[in-house]
Write a protein that binds this ligand. Structure first.
Ligand code: ARG
Length: 483
């Protein structure tokens, strides 16, 4: 290497904050390969917040003059706006958001920018930024989930007396109220929101900042101060754990994946129910799409994509699990691969919740069609067997007798409800009356008055309970946000 290229290389390499020990340039492909600025700029606002807290603490610890602090705080605010507003040119040579913030700060405030990095590393910085990002994301996820629950609840209230078949194995099983069916999803999404709420506690428990690259710092940093300034309860207990761990990101991805799977089940029902074969519902025009070829088509692309995108959320969880598996302590650059899955799952969940809430709020329900499907009297066969149990017959014996009754109906083309007392008695002596006197769809719904059952009073009470629970959860969430 000539002296000339040596000097050029040296000058270029030293543009980087770590360039001091390097004598030649980074390969251009390596710069592109290692850069994360095109996605981690989403952390800019957190990096700026963190830097301001760190600068204030350095000043109190006499490691920064009040004048430098003032300049840094003003500069940081401006850098944050520039990155958020998309006006700061992004340069892959500067790798990531942390170096962009620092480099721009140097342009704005000069030498003071060089004092900011005292006692910190990008390793504790990025770990802290990510926790701050996740705190906002779990709050957004809870709002989105409760928003969807509110829509489901409102639609359920409208359809307290709408009856449809409940299914097992996608075969008609027993009649249920549509309200009861949708309240099942209100429960699932309620647990999903609770998972995010639980995670939010852990996300605030311990601030990595002050852990340095891995082993802390020789400088007299006040870690409690920066932790509290950023809304954490305390500084992290172990500097190596703090920079090496991403299990809270994993937990977030897992919570997103579970909610995504629940969304996919609800979405699948909208797809099925809007088919001509079911004909139970019709999506509003605003939530459906057409075919470029077949003029008659109205396609459920929105629920299909919600169903499909749950695959991403599952994939993102598996991605980060795989990145972390077998990784030695502490920080390794592999950890940079944590961010895109996290950002993608957060956005996917947010968008899926939004469009599902809209699709459900505007969904047209074909009440007579559901009722007709539920009117199949064989859906009452279990009730007939349970009537025999009340007469003292062992359930297995009752099941067998009613099974024979059903087989007879199917073979003879008879409706179960037509069978007289005498006809039933041919199958079991204990039948107390004719099927028409014993069974009806309304009776089947009302007879299930146990907690969690389909009786009107039970479902009406469940609607009220869910409404109160959602309101309380949202109030707690908003109180937490203003804390
Ligand atoms: N962009 C990096 C990441 O997201 C920041 C930490 C880089 N640290 C380092 N020593 N290279 O993981």
């Amino acid at each position: 290497m000539s002296d000339e290229s040596h000097r050029v290389g040296s000058r270029t390499a030293s543009r980087k904050p770590w360039g001091g020990r390097f004598r030649s340039d980074t390969d251009a492909a390596v710069e592109r390969f290692t850069a994360s600025i095109h996605f981690d700029r989403a952390l800019a606002r957190y990096d700026v917040r963190l830097s301001a807290a760190h600068a204030r603490m350095l000043c109190e610890q006499k490691l920064l003059s009040p004048e430098d602090l003032e300049a840094l705080l003003q500069g940081l605010e401006r850098v944050g706006e520039e990155i958020e507003g998309g006006v700061l040119p992004l340069d892959p040579a500067l790798e990531d958001v942390h170096m962009h913030v620092e480099a721009r700060l140097r342009e704005l405030v000069g030498e003071a920018a060089g004092r900011l990095h005292a006692g910190r590393s990008r390793n504790d910085q990025v770990a802290t930024d990510l926790l701050l990002y996740l705190q906002d994301s779990v709050s957004a996820a809870q709002h989105g989930l409760h928003g969807l629950r509110e829509v489901l609840l409102a639609r359920a209230r409208e359809h307290l007396d709408t009856v449809l078949p409940g299914y097992t194995h996608l075969q008609r099983a027993q009649p249920v109220r549509l309200a009861h069916h949708w309240l099942a999803f209100v429960e699932m999404f309620g647990r999903d929101a609770a998972r995010f709420r639980d995670l939010s506690e852990r996300l605030r428990a311990a601030a990595p900042l002050g852990s340095g690259a891995l082993a802390g710092s020789t400088l007299p940093l006040d870690r409690q101060q920066t932790a509290e300034a950023l809304g954490f309860v305390a500084p992290s207990a172990n500097s190596m754990d703090a920079v090496a761990s991403r299990d809270l990101a994993l937990e977030f991805l897992s919570d997103c994946a579970i909610a995504g799977v629940h969304l996919s089940r609800l979405a699948e029902e909208l797809v099925l129910w809007s088919s001509a074969e079911f004909g139970f519902v019709e999506l509003a025009d605003a939530y459906a799409t057409g075919s470029s070829l077949m003029p008659q088509k109205k396609n459920p692309d929105v629920p299909e994509l919600v169903r499909g995108k749950s695959g991403r959320s599952i994939g993102n969880l598996v991605t980060l699990l795989t990145v972390l598996k077998g990784l030695p302590l502490t920080y390794n650059r592999d950890l940079q691969e944590d961010k895109e899955p996290v950002f993608d799952s957060a956005a996917t969940l947010r968008d899926s919740l939004e469009v599902m809430a809209g699709a459900l709020a505007t969904l047209r329900v074909d009440v007579p069609r559901m009722r007709e499907a539920a009117g199949d009297s064989l859906l009452l066969a279990t009730d007939l067997a349970e009537l025999l149990v009340v007469e003292g017959v062992p359930f297995r014996e009752a099941h067998e007798a009613v099974g024979q009754v059903v087989a007879h109906c199917l073979e003879a083309g008879r409706d179960l409800l037509e069978l007289s007392h005498d006809e039933l008695r041919a199958f079991h002596a204990a039948f107390p009356a004719g099927a028409g006197e014993l069974l009806s769809l309304e009776r089947a719904l009302e007879a299930r008055k146990l907690p969690g059952g389909t009786a009107r009073t039970r479902v009406a009470a469940a609607l009220d309970t869910a409404e109160q629970e959602i309101a309380a959860a949202l109030a707690t969430l908003d109180a937490g946000a203003t804390r």
